[in-house]
Design a protein around this ligand. Structure first.
Ligand SMILES: [Zn+2]
Ligand SMILES: [Zn+2]
Length: 335
């Protein structure tokens, strides 16, 4: 393994060289794309010590969906950033985390806590392209529950970067990576002011939901999860209780879910109608519809958003690039 070069960016350049996808190389020379250049100053370390901001870097489920019909809601797979004062939390490493990485290399060194719901491909596939992880001097605490087959989150992230599936192994990453295996119902503290609670979600191969509390406000990130036909999910209900913001898997409509020709029962995802039901029962203040189905284009998602608004006015569809600011008077949406 080569020695670490002095400059962080050249370190990345040296390490990745031409062994990694051209898309990363293209970005190394500060050629950050337009989307990252609209970063809100409040999402950087310059934000107020009391700011609680949530930014959506990837909102699409299952597989990336680039193209003209998905450009408004976005095609990147799940990645959500929460800035709680000086603490930076990241949820999932779908392809959206690549954009987050490009944003972060402008404020090195970076320390962040990255939480994985599970390791289905759409939630980890962006991690090998997360540029700050290749840069010495950065620190990432990485959390995930051990999978039913016994594999830790570290092992699963390592596995996806092995030959012949990927040219650069995880050990090449120059940042300090500290791995944490989570218990099924964990409670942890990040610094003095951020409390995190986890809960099990109903998903093939299991998934973990996260409840983040900071400054008296609570945001819950719960994807991927399927509702039960005959009752509300008690674990999810508890996790989401009186949350200020609930980000919830609502991949389908009820009509799609129960379709006689292509039923989605047992696929591990829920519907917007069930999301509304859950949000009402849990006394949630603001609902975010998340993990959009790859077949749902912008026009379709517009219609879903209008339907959700009718049933649950304090809500929004997740949109790539959207920032939610938790204010004393409620949630402010910045697009
Ligand atoms: Zn997913
Ligand atoms: Zn999944």
């Amino acid at each position: 393994m080569p020695d670490a070069p002095s400059s962080a960016v050249s370190a990345l350049d040296d390490r990745i060289d031409d062994r990694i996808d051209d898309r990363i190389d293209d970005r190394i020379d500060d050629r950050i794309d337009d989307r990252t250049s609209i970063s809100s100053p409040a999402m950087t370390s310059e934000g107020s010590a009391d700011d609680f901001l949530v930014r959506f870097w990837g909102v699409r489920g299952s597989i990336p969906t680039p193209g003209p019909s998905t450009v408004r809601y976005g095609g990147n797979t799940p990645c959500v950033e929460m800035c709680c004062g000086s603490q930076r939390l990241v949820f999932d490493g779908g392809t959206g985390i690549r954009l987050l990485g490009q944003n972060l290399i402008r404020e090195l060194p970076v320390e962040a806590h990255i939480f994985f719901t599970h390791s289905h491909w759409d939630h980890i596939q962006g991690f090998p392209f997360f540029t700050p992880a290749f840069i010495r001097g950065n620190t990432f605490h990485i959390y995930g529950k051990v999978a039913p087959n016994g594999a830790s989150i570290r092992e699963r992230l390592e596995d996806q970067m092995l030959h012949p599936n990927f040219p650069v192994p995880l050990r090449i990453m120059g940042a300090t990576l500290v791995f944490h295996d989570l218990e099924p119902d964990a409670q942890l503290q990040i610094g003095d002011r951020v409390a995190i609670e986890t809960g099990m979600l109903n998903h093939p191969g299991e998934a973990t939901g996260y409840r983040v509390t900071f400054g008296g406000k609570t945001v819950v990130y719960a994807t991927d999860t399927e509702h039960y036909p005959d009752r509300l999910d008690g674990s999810l209900l508890h996790l989401a209780r009186q949350a200020d913001v609930l980000i919830l898997d609502a991949t389908y409509t009820d009509e799609e879910y129960w379709s006689s020709t292509s039923s989605k029962v047992g696929w591990g995802h829920s519907t917007w109608q069930e999301a509304v039901k859950l949000a009402r029962a849990a006394d949630v203040k603001f609902l975010v519809i998340f993990h959009h189905d790859p077949v749902h284009d912008d026009a379709f998602l517009d219609r879903v958003g209008a339907d959700v608004q009718t049933c649950f006015p304090h809500s929004t569809m997740a949109v790539e690039g959207m920032v939610l600011a938790l204010q004393p008077e409620g949630v402010q949406i910045r697009l």
